[in-house]
Write a new protein. Structure first.
Length: 259
């Protein structure tokens, strides 16, 4: 049965629209669609199949994904509806996919003040620390892979009415922590995405500064529905919970490398 929470429905509509708008091209599939972007062929998020709800046939999904992503050495499927994701888990597992679960968290508390100030920055301001972070996350990745994972942020600017990078600078002026902020004032929805702090800048309040600034910008833009997604099995979800975020739903991500 599809998710019925009205806030969750608004969030799903926002995420589906964002995926289509940032894509280089889309491919319609029964009960789903694929997003493709040849400029970022190493980025799974830019080349994946997105399932909105329960209209997809779980048993047919692996073949649909192969049809849409057949030229790529990986597969990725995002299922926004929790029940649909559970139904797709078996067929995709039998096709060799790994399964990850993410919580959708809604900000319901006041915007907490931070000890530091953050600001809206551009891609150039985070290019060096972001590149170092990707090399840390993916130590075996080649330079072209890391370059595309950095540059794909340019495609995100197409995804929403306003797209910002919020960054907190260290004393030496380099951005120490950063996140994307996607705003759609017309629907009143805002998303905080990819909050990262450089490994050598942890524990100094930079992430708090980024999050509080992003939330304040969302409030100022009239976005009542403010959300993010977090790995259901990792610690940041608890960090977000202490800052006014509450779990209202779950989504599922499946991926496979090689044949």
């Amino acid at each position: 049965m599809p998710d019925t929470n009205p806030e969750l429905r608004r969030i799903h509509a926002f995420m589906l629209d964002f995926a289509r708008r940032q894509a280089g091209r889309t491919i319609a599939l029964p009960g789903a669609f694929a997003v493709r972007d040849d400029a970022y062929a190493h980025s799974r998020a830019n080349n994946q199949v997105v399932v909105a709800g329960g209209a997809v046939d779980p048993g047919a999904l692996p073949a649909l994904v192969d049809e849409a992503l057949g030229d790529l050495p990986y597969r990725m499927v995002s299922v926004l509806d929790d029940a649909a994701g559970a139904a797709c888990a078996g067929p995709l597992a039998r096709a060799g996919y790994r399964h990850g679960t993410y919580v959708v968290m809604l900000h319901s508390g006041p915007v907490r003040p931070a000890a530091r100030e953050a600001e809206v920055v551009d891609l150039e301001a985070i290019r060096r620390p972001l590149t170092r972070s990707w090399h840390g996350f993916l130590p075996d990745a080649g330079e072209d892979v890391v370059r595309q994972l950095v540059e794909r942020r340019a495609a995100r600017s197409r995804g929403a009415a306003a797209v910002h990078i919020v960054g907190s600078r260290a004393e030496d002026g380099e951005v120490a922590s950063w996140a994307d902020l996607y705003l759609d004032p017309a629907s009143g929805v805002a998303q905080v995405e990819d909050l990262v702090t450089a490994a050598d800048r942890l524990g100094r309040g930079h992430a708090d500064a980024v999050l509080s600034t992003a939330l304040r910008l969302a409030v100022d833009a009239g976005c009542r529905t403010r959300f993010l997604t977090a790995d259901a099995a990792d610690w940041p979800r608890h960090w977000y919970a202490r800052r006014g975020f509450t779990e209202i739903g779950r989504m599922h991500v499946f991926d496979r490398v090689g044949e």
